[in-house]
Each structure stands twice: as structure tokens, then as C-alpha cells.
Design a binder for this molecule. Structure first.
Ligand code: SF4
Length: 456
């Protein structure tokens, strides 16, 4: 069902026995497994290249047309300029800083509140505790400081970000930036979507975790999917550039890692989708939900195939252009701010030695000077190209202990939770790398999303 058609074709790079390929049909087809003296390999490569360019152009053309038809020029300009162009420049500045030995991420992810109306399985945020928010003045100072160093894109997380009473005010104060809001969609009413359209610099990334029954279990409430779809429809009705995110796990793999799900998203009018993989961390981890390595590989193959064939953007954040695994926090391209202002390596590493209030609120100085972040990056990159939290929780524990890092949770159990974790596989699967096939993604990743020397 999920097989990439190309996987049916023996790989000429590795299968020396295959030399005779029929190039008369619409796609190359193996007609013999025997060796021949005349190799048709160059012809096949040219043929593949021709079809690759044709497929890519057709799919990207369709995607551009969909975006044009379903959004509006001002919103398209904002994402193209604030996120695309300025985001690319911010990565260039990041690369230049790395040469000077300074690591300040071009992409900051900021959890602006711990409050949430849902109770998802495996959530690591203290949603049951009193609600905290990052105040407008602190966000404003943080964003201004990051902008001075070339940043223009920010991920906004929670809890549920729309529970922050001043979210719209934050967006309005920084119209030269672009924001991706990770949300369950429940608070995106017509009036909120109209506000988002007016300000124009944000894309809702709405999480859908499966069918109605699966969503109710995964998200700990009844009727979750219906309210999420209502928020999705409001976003699309107001012509917002809208994404759908899924944390892929055992209970939704069969429903969502399939072509019909991508077709459903296209029918709905969704512009892009992001597949995360479920990570069993936090106070109530559920290891039974985690994917097996063969499923992670199947998901990766599915993403590559859909990128070639469907006019929808597909985001993943754990592989470079060669298909080698990476960790965004280990490479330094991204770090996280907690709802309490703690400066953390990534959202699931709930330890810090600094806050956004240190150094007079100069986040650049705080992050570039953080010994904890530096040690985390080095230790994580040395241990694995995958996720250190999953693969080597013991090493992570050593790092946080070495620096006397604070537990940044309200429940104050992050260290025992880490101690209770055992090593498990992550996205790193040596020998099974699947390089990007679509050259637009390959080009983008080769230049702006790779290991940045962390793994050398
Ligand atoms: S440590 Fe793990 S969860 Fe955090 S950014 Fe790296 S790979 Fe992702």
C-alpha cells in the first residue's frame, strides 16, 4: 500500500547485476536480471532525470497554483519573503557565526504558555498546573533581540498557544517576522482566523492525530477531531496558509501514513503537512505507541514518495539531503524557550541553566554563552545522529548533572523521569539512509538544513 514505486526498481548503484533496462515505457522497467556487455545505465539515468524534472515541475506547478488559488498575494508574499528569503539569510548568518565559534539558532521555538484544553497521551508539558505565559514585554524583547541577529522565523508552541491572551498582539508587533503556530485548532474561530489574515504573518499548523476514536484517546477528551476540523476549516475559509501536523504512532500509522490521507488533506485545501514521530517521554510515557525502526523507515519512504507525487508541502526535521539523520538541537539550528522563560536545548529536554531574563534580556548573549547548550550539542552529536533523549538518556542525565541544570517542569520530576528511561531507537538507522529524491527539497536541505559540521 505504501510502497514507493521506485522501490520496485533495483538500485543501479548497488545492483551490478542489473544492466538491461527497458526505457520504452513511461517509466524504466527491469526486463532482465542478467549481465550484458553493453550497459544502458547512462540512458536510464538520463531517462530518470527527465522524468524527475517533469514530475517535479508538474507537482511544484500544481502546488504553486493551489497556493495562489486558495490564499491571497499579501499572505503569499509574507511567507515567501519573511520566511523563505529572510529565513534563508538567517541560516547564512548562522553558518557565518559558526565559523566564529558562536552558536545562536536561526529558528527559535517558543512555548508561550503551558495551558491547554486537552490532555494528550505522553504530553510533557505541565498542562494540569497553574497556567503560565511569557508576557508580551518579554516576548517583544526576545523577538527584537533575535531579529537584530538576523532571525525572522519563530515557532510558537504551548500548551495551546491560542490560550495566550496576547498572541495576536505579539504577531502584530512583529509584522516583519513569520510565525508558525502549533495548535489543536480549537480556538481558531472565524473571528480569530480573520485577525490572523489581517496580520498576515502566521501559519497555523493544526495537529490531527487520527480518526475520531483515535483522537479522543490520544488527546484525552471527547469530540476533539470535530473541533479541530472546525478550526482547520475556519483557517482555510479565511485563506490562511495552513498546515496539518501529526505525531505518528502505533494507533494512527495505518490511517495516516497512506496516500489516501494526503489526498484527503488536498481535498480539504491544506497547504502543507508535517510528520513527527511520537517520543515516549515525560511523566507518563507510552512506549507501546512508539514506532519500530522499520516503521520509521517506512514513514521516511512515504514522505519521499509523496513529495514526488502530491502538490502539498511535506515537512520533516530529522534528515539531511542525503537522508542521514540529524537532531536540530545538536546541530544548533534550533533551541527552545519554555513557558517560564527557561532556555532549553529542545522542547523535550526540560532542563536549563539560563532564562530569557538573563544578561538584561539579551537572548543572543545568553544562548551563545550557555555552557549547558554547548555541552548538550557536543555530547548529543558525538553520541548519535539521532535523538540523544531516546537513544542515550544516561548521557543526557550526565550533561544536566554536570552543569547543575534546573528541572524546568512544575512537577519537578524531570530527572527521575530521565533516570527511568531506557535506551530505544530513534530516527538514526545507519545503512538505511534514503536520500531526498525531489531536487527542490534536496537543494534546500543541502544549503539550509544539514549537519552544519556537528557530526564531523
Ligand atoms: S534531542 Fe531529540 S527531540 Fe530534541 S531536537 Fe534532538 S532529536 Fe529532537
Amino acid at each position: 500500500m505504501l510502497q514507493n514505486p521506485k522501490s520496485q526498481i533495483p538500485n543501479p548503484k548497488t545492483d551490478d547485476d542489473v544492466a538491461c533496462v527497458d526505457v520504452a515505457g513511461p517509466s524504466p522497467r527491469v526486463v532482465s536480471g542478467h549481465s550484458h556487455t553493453v550497459s544502458h545505465r547512462p540512458v536510464k539515468r538520463l531517462w530518470d532525470l527527465g522524468f524527475g524534472i517533469w514530475d517535479f515541475s508538474r507537482v511544484m506547478g500544481q502546488l504553486a497554483w493551489r497556493m495562489y488559488r486558495s490564499s491571497e498575494p499579501r499572505l503569499l508574499w509574507k511567507i515567501a519573503y519573511n520566511f523563505g528569503f529572510k529565513g534563508m539569510l538567517s541560516v547564512q548568518r548562522f553558518k557565518a557565526r559558526l565559523k566564529e565559534g558562536k552558536t545562536f539558532p536561526p529558528f527559535l521555538y517558543i512555548s508561550i504558555t503551558n495551558g491547554c484544553n486537552l490532555r494528550c497521551q505522553g504530553c510533557w508539558v505541565d498542562v494540569d498546573r497553574p497556567q503560565a505565559v511569557i508576557k508580551f514585554a518579554d516576548m517583544d524583547r526576545l523577538l527584537r533581540n533575535a531579529k537584530r541577529h538576523g532571525n525572522s522565523f519563530f515557532g510558537i508552541l504551548g500548551g495551546e498557544p491560542f490560550l495566550h491572551p496576547e498572541l495576536l498582539r505579539i504577531l502584530r508587533a512583529h509584522t516583519d517576522c513569520y510565525f508558525q503556530i502549533f495548535t489543536n485548532g480549537h480556538y481558531i474561530t472565524d473571528s480569530v482566523a480573520a485577525d490572523l489574515r489581517r496580520v498576515g504573518n502566521a501559519t497555523p499548523l493544526i495537529s490531527i492525530e487520527g480518526s475520531e476514536a483515535v483522537s479522543d484517546v490520544r488527546r484525552g477528551r471527547k469530540g476533539v477531531l470535530g473541533r479541530t476540523l472546525a478550526g482547520l476549516e475556519a483557517s482555510l475559509r479565511h485563506r490562511l496558509i495552513t498546515g496539518v501536523a501529526t505525531s505518528v504512532c502505533q494507533s494512527n500509522f495505518d490511517d495516516l501514513v497512506r496516500e489516501s490521507w494526503i489526498d484527503r488533506l488536498l481535498e480539504l485545501g491544506v497547504h502543507y503537512t508535517w510528520f513527527h514521530t511520537y517520543r515516549p517521554v515525560g511523566p507518563s510515557p507510552n512506549p507501546d505507541l512508539a514506532l519500530r525502526p522499520d516503521q520509521v523507515l517506512q514513514l521516511r519512504r512515504f514522505v519521499l514518495d509523496m513529495r514526488n507525487r502530491k502538490p502539498i508541502g511535506i515537512v520533516d526535521a530529522y534528515y539531511d539531503d542525503e537522508g542521514q539523520a540529524l537532531c536540530p538541537a545538536a546541530t544548533g539550528i534550533s533551541h527552545h524557550i519554555s513557558p517560564f522563560g527557561d532556555v532549553e536545548p529542545c522542547p523535550i529536554v526540560q532542563f536549563a541553566t539560563e532564562t530569557i531574563h538573563d544578561n538584561g534580556g539579551d537572548i543572543f548573549q545568553t544562548m551563545t554563552g550557555s555552557r549547558l547548550l554547548e555541552d548538550f550539542r557536543k555530547t548529543a552529536a558525538k553520541a548519535t545522529r539521532g535523538c540523544i533523549v531516546l537513544e542515550r538518556p544516561d548521557l543526557l542525565r550526565e550533561v544536566v548533572t554536570r552543569h547543575g541544570a534546573r528541572d524546568t517542569t512544575l512537577r519537578r520530576t524531570a530527572l527521575p523521569e530521565l533516570a527511568a528511561m531506557s535506551s530505544r531507537p530513534s530516527q538514526h538507522n545507519p545503512g538505511h539512509e534514503l536520500p531526498e529524491e525531489n531536487w527542490a527539497y534536496r537543494f534546500a536541505k543541502k544549503n539550509w538544513f544539514f549537519g552544519f559540521g556537528a557530526y564531523t
